[in-house]
Design a protein around this ligand. Structure first.
Ligand code: NAD
Length: 295
């Protein structure tokens, strides 16, 4: 099977490499020619434009782009993938975008005879490299079945979330909860320490009590509680605060369009927005605890 891959950034590049390792024929394109060259050195066919990628006639086309504006730009319009592809093609968008945009693009793809699936991921760059990503897939069950082996070459957990757009629904709901829980853990840890507790002892209590969650146990925001967490290395690496801000924005916008209240999600979004304004956007999202600590 011949796969086309568009968007070779922090996530796309290792995902595409894993497809090569699994033995797939691969054609790639990115606006960065360096990113394309790196994959070509590993055995992919380099394409210099969207048109060149289309001309390579892949059976399946995967995109991994920053945001909805890029996804719409690449798929829609007379120069876009949907219009340009002459044969019916499976289109898999792994970017994290809002569910409304995902459904809009999938509908246009279907009208043009293609099959589009939304398959956002979690697991970060580490998961992308290790081929252990979780895929949240929105599509008809039989369409997921058709492309399942491809996702298995890049990930470990592949979950069918329902029809088109539901992969993005799962992703925004999960990441909104993650943002809220991180702020909650930061607030509780800072309060406990301010009232006289040792941070490690407090984290131990939380992690064996009802406050326990991923943000307290795996990525505790208090410095030096967990040796390998970003908090213990100046909040470098990990999942950037600006990426969390983007996902919280997707959640609150999707909530606005469906008139669904997200009081805590909106509060978390505002906290990350203020944090980004202070110049901390590149720090791991657990650094939000800085809002609660004295310098
Ligand atoms: P990135 O910015 O590193 O990569 C995006 C790539 O898309 C870049 O190489 C860019 O040149 C390319 N691109 C942009 N517009 C293009 C166009 N018109 N044609 C061709 N190439 C184009 O982003 P990333 O970190 O790889 O994230 C990609 C997506 O995955 C985002 O939606 C992000 O929210 C999501 N995501 C990221 C992570 C993470 O930890 N980085 C984790 C889960 C999900």
């Amino acid at each position: 099977m011949h796969i086309g891959f568009l968007g070779l950034g922090n996530m796309g590049s290792p995902m595409a490499s894993n497809l090569l390792k699994a033995g797939y024929q691969l054609s790639v394109f990115d606006l960065s020619s360096n990113a394309v060259s790196e994959l070509a050195e590993k055995g992919a066919q380099a394409c210099a434009s969207v048109q060149a990628l289309v001309a390579a006639a892949p059976d399946v086309l995967i995109t991994m782009l920053p945001a909805a504006v890029h996804v719409k730009g690449v798929y829609l319009g007379s120069e876009g993938l949907i219009e340009q592809l002459s044969q019916p093609t499976y289109l898999i968008d792994c970017s994290t975008i809002d569910p409304h945009s995902a459904r809009e693009v999938a509908k246009i793809a279907k009208e043009a005879g293609h099959t589009m699936l939304d398959a956002p991921v979690s697991g970060g760059t580490t998961g992308a490299q290790a081929a252990t990503l979780t895929f949240m897939v929105g599509a008809a069950a039989e369409d997921l079945q058709h492309i399942q082996p491809i996702l298995q070459a890049m990930g470990k957990n592949i979950t069918h979330c329902g029809d088109s757009g539901n992969g993005q629904v799962a992703k925004v709901a999960n990441n909104m909860l993650l943002g809220i829980s991180m702020v909650g853990v930061a607030e509780a840890m800072a309060l406990g320490v301010a009232l006289g507790m040792d941070a490690k002892v407090l984290a131990g209590i939380i992690n064996t009590s009802s406050g326990r969650c991923w943000s307290s146990e795996i990525n505790n925001p208090y410095p030096d509680v967990l040796e390998n967490a970003p908090a213990s290395r100046g909040y470098s690496g990990g999942f950037g605060s600006d990426l969390m801000l983007k996902d919280l924005g997707l959640a609150t916008e999707a909530a606005r369009l469906s008139k669904q209240p997200v009081m805590l999600g909106a509060a978390a979004q505002q906290l990350y927005q203020a944090f980004s304004l202070q110049g901390h956007g590149s720090l791991d999202f657990s650094a939000i605890i800085k809002l609660y600590l004295k310098e």
